[in-house]
Write a protein that binds this ligand. Structure first.
Ligand code: PGA
Length: 259
């Protein structure tokens, strides 16, 4: 099962996950990070900026989870722009080493497989940061996505488009399609770190961690992974039946193990 860590704030979650990334980069300065966008991972990137003050991140490689189809990479809300603004520039990563799927509609038939090959050529993702959608999506793998899926085009659900409308002038401006790493792609990363904050994520988190394994709740795929960590605040943990056990296990975790 996933290790569930219940923290008191997104800031505490950010500190914890950033420390794990610093440890990873300490072991391997060319570590491969799987990068998520959205609001959830921001505390991780902020904490990493502080904790990595004396650490050289210039060799770190990165692969974003997903990208919209049909908006240009220069658009401020394309994930290429978001990753550059929120991750690459503040952390001083080398932009040449950080990749985002190509959402150009003209290339969509080939860009998914190209992305898969690029991840493989990099030796795979060491640590994959993940958010979770209110509909249980992982990356942009909407309900029904195959657990074996690879990077490909998907149609966003109405719920995801509403959730993401806050980043666009209006709901109509939110793209209808995306290119996303598949669940099968995500499951090949060596360590999954899923974060979720707020009561709006509680049902999706409970389904992902404790619910049946089902493509109807794509994040339940983490139950198939040998090393998955779920870091949640109290609100996002509020529907977990085994919360007391998770707290007990975390408090009694052997020292020095990290996440
Ligand atoms: P959020 O998105 O972090 O903006 O809530 C999470 C997701 O859709 O995976």
């Amino acid at each position: 099962m996933a290790e569930v860590v219940i923290v008191s704030s997104p800031e505490d979650a950010g500190t914890l996950v950033a420390a794990e990334i610093v440890r990873l980069v300490g072991r391997d300065p060319q570590a491969v990070l799987g990068l998520a966008t959205g609001s959830t991972p921001l505390p991780v990137y902020r904490a990493l900026r502080k904790q990595a003050a004396g650490v050289d991140l210039s060799g770190v490689r990165g692969f974003a989870l997903d990208e919209y189809v049909g908006i240009a990479p220069e658009h401020p809300e394309s994930y290429a722009s978001v990753i550059r603004r929120e991750v690459v520039e503040p952390l001083g990563l080398d932009p040449k080493l950080v990749h985002v799927p190509d959402g150009d509609p003209e290339r969509i038939a080939v860009s998914g497989e190209e992305y898969e090959r690029a991840i493989e050529a990099a030796g795979g993702v060491d640590l994959q940061i993940l958010g979770i959608g209110t509909d249980g999506h992982l990356g942009f793998n909407e309900p029904g996505s195959s657990f074996a899926s690879r990077t490909r085009v998907k149609t966003l659900t109405a719920q995801t488009r509403r959730d993401n409308a806050r980043f666009f002038p209006s709901l109509d401006d939110v793209p209808r399609h995306c290119i996303t790493q598949g669940l099968g792609t995500i499951l090949r990363a060596r360590h999954l770190v899923l974060l979720a904050f707020g009561a709006g994520k509680a049902a999706a988190v409970a389904g992902a961690v404790e619910g049946p394994l089902t493509a109807s709740l794509p994040a339940s795929a983490i139950q198939l992974h040998p090393h998955a960590t779920v870091v949640v605040d109290e609100e996002a943990a509020s529907q977990l039946r085994m919360a007391e056990y998770y707290r007990y296990a975390w408090e009694n975790k052997p020292a020095g193990q990290g996440l």
